[in-house]
Each structure stands twice: as C-alpha cells, then as structure tokens.
Design a protein around this ligand. Structure first.
Ligand SMILES: Cc1ncc(COP(=O)(O)O)c(C=O)c1O
Length: 398
C-alpha cells in the first residue's frame, strides 16, 4: 500500500481539520444554483482600475518593491484618517495580498505553540487554520443576543475566557457573520481588558465600508493604550470587490509592526501593478463603493423582512457587513443538515451557523451577493423547503 504523504507533514498540518466547502469553481456550472454561501461581491471591479493595472505595467512598475510601494502605503494612511487614525505609512502600514494573508502574518508574528488566541463565538471561520498552523489554541467567548436578536460581544464571557495563556483577542468589527458593529462602550471595555491583561488585540475591520443605519465604524486602535497592542487587518476584497486580485494591509503601532514585518513570507505578496492600481482605487474608487453600498443596503432592506415572513425564521437587521444570520432554531434542525439539504433540494448555497462556532447552531448565513430578484427566488425556495422540512425529525435526512 502507498504510504501517505502525511508522514512528511508538519505536525500542526496533520492535526488541522481538512475538507473544504464546495468551491466556487466546482459549483459554478450547476444550473439553477443561487450561491449565497461565500462573501464574494457580485460586482466586477471597474474598468478604470483594470486599466490602472495595465498602465502600471506599461510604466515598468513590474520590479521588486521591497516593503511595498511607498505611494500606496501613503494612500492607505490617508484613507484610514477618515476614521480619525493618523498613522505613519513608512512604519505603520504593511501591504498584504488580501485579508487572509494579513491574518496569517498577524498570527505568525505573535503566536507560539501553546498560546491561546481568543475569538468570538460565532466568528469568521478563516481564523481557525492559521491558529492551528502556528500550534496555538483557539478559544472562544460566546456572543449574546441583544434585544433585536443580534449577536454582540459579551464582556463577561470575554473576561472569563482570558487565561494566562491568552496572547491575543480577536474582534471582527463590523462582524462577519453576525452583522454587529461594535459600540464605543464595547470597544472601551475590550480595550480595558486588553490593557489590564496585557494582550494584543487583532481587529479585523475588512467590512469597515459597510455600516448601516447611521452607525459609525470606530477603530479600537484609537483608544488609549491601544496603538502599541493593536493590529488592524484590512482588505480590498470587500471594499472594492477585489476578491480575486488579492489586496490587503495591516495597520499597527511601529514597534508591533517591526515584529509583524519580521514574519518571513517573502517579498510583499501583492503584485506591484496592483499596488499602483490600489492608489487609483483609493483616490477614485468611491463612487463604485457607494454603488455597491446602495445595492447591499437595498438587498438587506428587502431580504430581512422577507425572511421574517417565513415561519420558523427570525432575522435581525445587520448593523454592518452584507450578511444576514437568521435564527432557524425553531425548526429544530441542525444548521449543517439544514444547509446541506437546502442545497441539495433547492440549489441554494448558504453557510451553516456551526461553521462559525458552536454558538452559531440554529442559524444560517446568507451572503447578499446576488441581486434582489435572486434573493426573492431564494426566499421562495426557502419557504417551500421549510414547509416540507421534517421539523422534529432532522435525523430523517440521509
Ligand atoms: C472577516 C473576514 N476576514 C478576512 C477575510 C479574508 O479576506 P480576503 O478575502 O481579503 O482574504 C474574510 C473573507 O471573507 C472575512 O469575512
């Protein structure tokens, strides 16, 4: 019998969970499928940005740019000022090829084997494998629901979950999958915990541009005592619908940034022509962002009340990001079974709440990345599916 290649693998990789969700590529061809499983905006990046990539190549921006293009870093620092944060582009901005690489580098900078990193429950699933890779343990603080049914960080649970091994506390603000936008009070409490316990805060802020209902995005790095211990993770993926072009960055205090920059993942991963186009996007891309923002808002305003009309479904309005995370616990069906069967029966892809942690049970997540007509169709299919659901006998599923 052939020996498994696993014998060559780093022990953390052997231990890591494997098995990916059905990928975009493999399901693209399925007829009639409505894919609301992944947060990939259905807008194509505008032509003037595409052109900027080519223009940069023609202008010979095709060489090494050690440490990232300084003009791009300056444009990022300028952009982030809109949140009241003034950073030095040379020492406080690090270019990454997307939010995922920013996560990897941030974790790689601080996590030793045996360390704990505290995330919320539910939380974006992309933190799990990088933590495992570095031999760290993910711990979780259960979020609790507010009066609107929206999951929020729970300070008592956070305090209780911090141990002597906790190296960092990770927040996602605005939150994917839950849709909460952290209030000033919540951020202050988190900052107080971090300072008192002397831990790092990793603030995943990649949905910053999508905040609803007159709320404001507030960066935790701005609070007293936080600059020296905060890593802000950002991405162009959602802001400019650049999911395939891989652009992101980290903002941190200069001392922390020296450590983050020391993680040897090679020369800045984002291709130089795209960095140049990033400058154009940050200067001229805001009408495009406003267009996407309007569309996401309309979708939320249509879809949330529509979901709430379906028996057994209860869905709060998200305060930020472009996901909805309805509660289906009344249906008494495990969210994994529900999502799988919904996909098989009705060709709609959503994500089971348990993908984001045990506290996500009884929920499913829809990414509102299709137009309203398709969301109408999803609601119709969901209604039909739920009517036929063996509500009290989920084990009847194959
Ligand atoms: C909260 C959060 N962080 C990070 C990422 C990864 O971002 P990117 O696609 O830029 O790698 C995602 C992607 O969905 C996300 O939702």
């Amino acid at each position: 019998m052939k020996k498994s290649a696993k014998r060559f693998a780093k022990k953390e990789i052997v231990k890591m969970e494997t098995g990916a969700a059905i990928s975009r590529v493999s399901i693209r061809s399925m007829e009639g499928l409505i894919h609301l499983g992944a947060g990939d905006p259905d807008f194509d990046q505008p032509e003037f940005i595409n052109k900027a990539v080519y223009e940069a190549m023609k202008a010979s921006y095709t060489h090494y740019a050690f440490g990232g293009d300084p003009e791009f870093k300056a444009a990022i620092a300028e952009y982030y000022k809109k949140y009241g944060v003034d950073v030095d582009p040379a020492t406080q901005v690090l270019i990454e090829s997307g939010g995922s690489q920013a996560i990897f580098r941030a974790f790689g900078a601080i996590l030793n084997s045996g360390d704990e990193i505290l995330i919320m429950d539910p939380a974006y699933q992309g933190y799990r494998r990088p933590a495992a890779y570095f031999g760290a343990t993910l711990t979780r603080a259960k979020m609790t629901k507010d009066e609107n049914g929206l999951f929020r960080p729970d300070m008592d649970n956070i305090r209780a979950a911090v141990t002597d091994k906790t190296k960092a506390l990770l927040i996602c603000n605005p939150d994917n999958p839950c849709g909460s936008v952290y209030t000033q009070g919540e951020l202050e409490e988190i900052a107080e915990i971090a300072v008192k316990k002397d831990i790092v805060v990793i603030a995943d802020e990649i949905y910053t541009e999508y905040v609803w209902g007159g709320r404001k995005h507030r960066p935790i790095i701005n609070l007293p005592g936080m600059e020296e211990r905060t890593m802000v993770l950002m991405s162009f993926s959602k802001t400019f619908a650049w999911t395939g072009c891989r652009a992101g960055y980290i903002i941190a205090g200069p001392e922390l940034m020296k450590i983050i920059s020391a993680v040897p993942i090679g020369i800045t991963g984002m291709p130089v022509p795209f960095q140049r186009a990033g400058i154009v996007a940050l200067k001229q891309g805001w009408d495009f962002v406003a267009k996407m923002r309007r569309a996401f808002k309309e979708r939320i305003e249509y879809f949330v009340p529509r979901l709430n009309k379906i028996e057994g479904v209860s869905c709060p309005y998200p305060e930020g990001a472009f996901y909805v995370f309805p509660d289906i616990s009344e249906l008494n069906c495990p969210s994994m079974d529900f999502s799988r069967e919904f996909f098989h029966h009705e060709k709609v892809r959503c994500a089971p709440g348990t993908q984001y942690g045990p506290n996500g049970e009884g929920h499913i997540r829809f990414a509102l990345v299709r137009p309203i007509e398709e969301l109408e169709e999803v609601a119709t299919r969901l209604e039909r599916f739920i009517k036929d659901l063996p509500i009290t006998a989920p084990q009847a599923y194959p």
